[in-house]
Design a protein around this ligand. Structure first.
Ligand code: ATP
Ligand code: MG
Length: 599
């Protein structure tokens, strides 16, 4: 687990309104854009100052008109020209601002996306097995959409209006402290009211998020497991359940917004009162002869804008609350670190002998109290076929994962050619290995691309040769489009046995020093398996081969068989040695398979 846990990330943290922390996290995520954001804010600053100039010139004009004298006609024209220029400058700055905002938004989207994908690719298998696929993708996409929304809102609405508010307040104080006071007091009341509303609505909002998550989780599960849903005729129940949650969400939203809308009445009251106070103070000051009518118009114009912009700022609050969780998740993903540390100057051997040794290896999967491997000592010689046998859950696949260093032992060590596997560069040694896993992973691409996945530039001849050895050529030829046939998502258009044979061809084409078959022929009929076995005898020469199979007939020819049960090595030796071992597990399994007439 990476830093996420250490930092104690939980929903409660957001509930306690860690807005400051939230900004810090966003700021860190946006690191590559810091300079650009700085420049943008400078433009916004100028723009908002400029926006005061137009109304100020208007004030000058009005003052001039109220005491009109022909002598000042040219001055008036100059004012009009000044106003025109000020408006043009404003429009130019606004254009610059928009351009910069768009640039930032586009950049942010690009680098956050690629960073997230890079992260996904670099995180260890341990992370990926812990999180479900739908979650990971939603996490990235939702996080990004929300950040984009939030930034757009911030740059277009909040930053400008906040500056506007500050400038307006200062200007008003300069004109007359009474105006300044009115604006400041009403702004504060408004902000407090907004915070209050959000606090009141937050629990409901949170409940809604939970329901939404539940609804989408449910939908994903039903769609992923559509086969089971249909086979067991559970469509109605799934639809009903989904509809029920959505209905609850609908009610929740209506309730939530009802609350907010009622609060809006209060917010409007504050704004209207602000307006009234500005007018009253204005009239009083004119009556007293303290200000001119022009000043009054100026004050009213800018304070009107400032009061209205309060509304916009309050929307940011809503947005933060809407997106905080999604953004935080993206942030914590960026902190997530692979459990498997790649050494800085790891060994990158030119070749490997392919000798593997486990010395007192203990291992337990995260969140599991059971040891998947318990004091395992074993040796896998090079240029030999070593088989792993034993009951389901015994730890065979786990052994292979240690060889790949998808996981590190809790104690003990795994040696590769006599050196600790942790001293090797990850890619440096993995490139000498190939595996046909228990569930062959098929990409939604052509059969050709699937076979050549580990060797994208393989020639047609090489691909065909590998397919022939894997006994796949025959079924591929039966497809009208041959090697160009699309395998469908997760290989849905292929049978289990066909998928396995593609997996075998892929591993063979990779031409590794260490070749691992994890139940690679379990879905094949005995005849196909026999064909592959014959071929394997050929390809297994001059390699280290690890063979896992439940069918003991598959492994009887292996040079060495290691029997694992409950994470412990309980027997090892050749088929003949183990078959003779009275009371041994291998013997028992052998008898069972023979009795049951299992091949
Ligand atoms: N990703 C995982 N997370 C937690 N526990 C796991 C994980 N993978 C396997 N286990 C547990 O580790 C133990 C060993 O599993 P492993 O997959 O190595 O067994 P196996 O010998 O390959 O079994 P099979 O013959 O059924 O493939 C099992 O008890 C299993 O429940
Ligand atoms: Mg297994």
């Amino acid at each position: 687990m990476g830093k996420a846990k250490e930092q104690g990330f939980s929903a409660e943290k957001i509930e306690s309104y860690d807005i400051h922390g939230f900004w810090v996290r966003i700021w860190k995520l946006l690191e590559p854009s810091h300079k650009q954001i700085g420049r943008l804010l400078a433009v916004t600053f100028c723009l908002e100052l400029m926006r005061l100039v137009g109304p100020y010139i208007l004030k000058l004009i009005i003052d001039l008109v109220t005491n009109f004298s022909a002598a000042e006609a040219s001055l008036m024209l100059a004012y009009v020209a000044g106003m025109f220029l000020a408006n043009q400058a404003t429009s130019l700055l606004a254009f610059l601002q928009d351009k910069k905002i768009f640039k930032i938004l586009v950049d942010v989207e690009v680098y956050l996306y690629s960073d997230a994908f890079k992260k996904m690719m670099s995180l260890s298998l341990g992370y990926h097995e812990k999180e479900n696929t739908g979650n990971k993708i939603t996490k990235i996409q939702r996080g990004l959409t929300k950040i984009d929304e939030l930034l757009g809102n911030f740059f277009w609405e909040v930053a400008p209006t906040s500056l506007q508010l500050i400038f307006t307040a200062i200007t008003l104080f300069v004109i007359d402290w009474r105006f300044g006071l009115v604006i400041v007091v009403f702004a504060i009341v408004f902000v407090l009211l907004t915070i209050g509303i959000n606090k009141a609505v937050y629990p409901f909002r949170k409940a809604r998020f939970k329901m939404e998550e539940e609804a989408s989780g449910n939908m994903t599960q039903a769609i992923i497991n559509i086969n089971a849903v249909k086979s067991f005729v559970q469509e109605e129940r799934e639809i009903g359940f989904f509809g029920m949650i959505r209905d609850k969400i609908r009610k929740q939203i209506l309730f939530e917004f009802g609350k907010i809308l009622r609060q809006n009445l209060k917010r409007n009251l504050v704004i209207d009162s602000g307006r009234a106070f500005i007018l009253i103070s204005g009239m009083y000051l004119i009556y007293q002869g303290n200000i001119t009518i022009g000043t009054m118009v100026f004050v009213y114009t800018i304070s009107e804008k400032a009061l209205l912009s309060l509304y916009r700022i309050s929307r940011l609050y809503d947005r933060i609350m809407e997106s905080a969780e999604a953004v935080d998740r993206l942030y914590y993903l960026s902190l997530e670190e692979s459990d498997i540390k790649n050494p800085k100057h790891g060994l990158k051997p030119k070749s490997l002998r392919g000798e593997i040794e486990f010395k007192g290896v203990d291992f337990a999967y995260a969140d599991s109290s059971l040891k998947a491997l318990d004091g395992v000592n074993l040796k896998i010689q090079s240029d030999c076929v070593t088989a792993l046998a034993g009951p389901s859950g015994g730890g065979k696949t786990t052994v292979v994962r240690m060889v790949y260093r998808h996981y590190d032992p809790t104690s003990g060590e795994v040696l590769l050619d006599g050196k600790n596997i942790k001293d090797y560069d990850l890619k440096g040694f993995r490139k000498f290995m190939a595996i046909v896993p228990q569930d062959v992973e098929i990409f939604s691409a052509s059969i050709r691309d699937n076979i050549s996945y580990a060797k994208p530039h393989a020639t047609d001849r090489e691909i065909r040769a590998a397919a022939r050895v894997a006994n796949a050529e025959e079924f591929i030829a039966q497809f009208p489009e041959g090697y160009d046939t699309l395998a469908g998502e997760r290989g849905i258009k292929l049978s289990g046995g066909q998928r396995q044979r593609i997996g075998i061809a892929r591993a063979i084409l990779a031409d590794p020093r260490i070749l691992i078959f994890d139940e690679a022929t379990s879905s094949l009929d005995s005849y196909s398996e026999k064909l592959i076995q014959d071929a394997m005898d050929k390809i297994c020469k001059n390699r280290t081969v690890i063979l896992i199979a439940h069918r003991l007939s598959t492994i009887r020819k292996a040079d060495k068989i290691i029997v694992l049960e409950k994470g412990k090595v309980i027997e090892s030796g050749s088929h003949h040695e183990l078959a003779k071992l009275d009371g041994g597990l291998y013997q028992k399994l052998l008898q069972l398979q023979q009795m049951g007439d299992v091949d």
